[in-house]
Design a protein around this ligand. Structure first.
Ligand code: NAD
Ligand code: MG
Length: 396
């Protein structure tokens, strides 16, 4: 490799952001931090700036910017502070940047991630919601700019590793029959159905295998995360929803599999630690140390598999319906889910009502075409307003 790569980390203060910085710090000969962005945790962002000395840092508004600026000056750093979505787009597309880790959670990550795509950057995509919302437009933009798109989601990174290099020719052209997307089943895999009425945000966020941000933790409990990942896989690998099968695998050791027409099934295995897919994407097509311990198969001893239970996980069914409907449906599914998950985390609704809200939003608005970004944001706004109407009508 010729020179040190300049990396922007969008969502640096989050779970993926911190894991990314851990891997980067192991390879100062390869990577330098160009920009770090945060949202509410300014003190944490300042500590990361002191540790990684970026050229730029981005916060959401002016008050946060002056607090960060003060801390940077006190620490003797010349990091420049930018503000808001425009700041995020600037550090995602700056000419000096080689790769962008897209790790903002939710729809808020769409514009900055697209700015990086349009600027032809190497994209390390954790922010699955951006792709779910705008799939067709996102992939068109990737094609147009020649951006290299590498999946960070552990399942999609596993699939990517199990695919032949020329998979973009089409799955049938390269002999792939199916993608098998593994799911842990989350904390409520075996909870009696009647108890789901009373589960708390803390219980939903206590994932058995992975440590993650709160939104994706709730999505994992409801299996909406797997639904979003089903849509993500369709866009990344040009698959039909019917070609992606969800397999519940409670140990989270097999991160996904690819089934070929000759009967070969390739899988990627590893400890459940996001530093593996992050290191894989950062160094691709090379390999670097991630700090993850070697897999101990004797300690794991057994691997189990089950079909997903759609009565227990209605969000998975709703996501598959949205995947099949296409157009505005995935953006509406995503936005309704974001509103419902926030309401659940704020204890305004019960856990099963997450699915009720999404179901109602999807059934109230007919699917419409999304040929430009304005239509994606219109679908997002419409779903948010219908979800808010549900909350108001039910006195939440
Ligand atoms: P997190 O909540 O820990 O971090 C989210 C980051 O986004 C933080 O840096 C936060 O400051 C920033 N952010 C939040 N709202 C913002 C806004 N409105 N504008 C700008 N920045 C904002 O989440 P996470 O677990 O790190 O997940 C990040 C993304 O990666 C999500 O899309 C998630 O689905 C995906 N992902 C995460 C994991 C995981 O193991 N954590 C695995 C696969 C995919
Ligand atoms: Mg995943």
């Amino acid at each position: 490799m010729s020179r040190v790569q300049q990396i922007t980390v969008l969502g640096a203060t989050g779970s993926i952001g911190l894991s990314t910085l851990d891997v980067i710090a192991r390879h100062p000969d390869r990577y330098q931090v160009f920009a770090l962005t945060g949202f509410s945790r300014v003190a944490e962002l300042l500590a990361l700036c002191v540790r990684h000395v970026p050229r730029f840092a981005v916060v959401p508004e002016a008050a946060a910017a002056s607090r960060l600026q003060e801390g940077l000056l006190a620490a003797g750093l010349s990091t420049q502070v930018l503000v808001g979505e425009q700041g995020l787009c600037e550090v995602a597309s700056a000419p000096e940047v080689d790769a962008v880790m897209a790790a903002i959670v939710g729809a808020a990550g769409l514009r900055p991630t697209l700015a990086a795509v349009e600027a032809g950057k190497k994209i390390l995509l954790a922010n699955k919601e951006a792709l779910v919302m705008s799939g067709a437009l996102f992939m068109q933009a990737v094609g147009k700019s020649g951006s290299v798109l590498l999946p960070i989601d552990s399942e999609h990174n596993a699939i990517f590793q199990c695919m032949p290099a020329d998979f973009s020719r089409g799955l049938s052209q390269v002999g792939v029959r199916r993608i098998l997307l593994t799911a842990s089943g989350g904390p409520f895999r075996q909870t009696p159905l009647a108890e789901l009425e009373h589960v708390s945000p803390e219980q939903a966020c206590a994932h058995p295998n992975w440590s993650m941000g709160r939104k994706i933790s709730v999505d994992s409990a409801s299996m909406m995360n797997k639904g979003l990942e089903l849509i993500e896989a369709c866009w990344l690998f040009d698959a039909k929803p019917s070609q992606v099968e969800v397999v519940v695998h409670p140990q989270s050791v097999i991160h996904s599999l690819v089934d070929y027409v000759d009967g070969s099934v390739l899988a990627q295995l590893g400890n459940p630690d996001m530093r593996t897919p992050i290191a894989n994407a950062l160094a691709w097509p090379e390999r670097i140390d991630s700090g993850v311990a070697p897999l101990d198969l004797f300690a794991i001893a057994r691997l189990d598999f089950q079909a997903p239970d759609e009565q227990r996980f209605p969000c998975l069914r709703l996501a598959r319906q949205a995947a099949e409907a296409g157009d505005s449906a995935p953006a509406m599914l995503n936005a309704a889910n974001e509103v419902a998950v926030s309401a659940f985390l704020e204890r305004r609704i019960r856990y099963p009502e997450i699915a009720s809200i999404i179901d109602e939003v999807l059934s109230r608005e007919p699917v419409f075409a999304v040929n430009e970004l304005g239509a994606v944001f219109a679908a997002d706004a419409k779903a948010r307003s219908l979800a808010e109407q549900w909350l108001q009508r039910n006195g939440r």
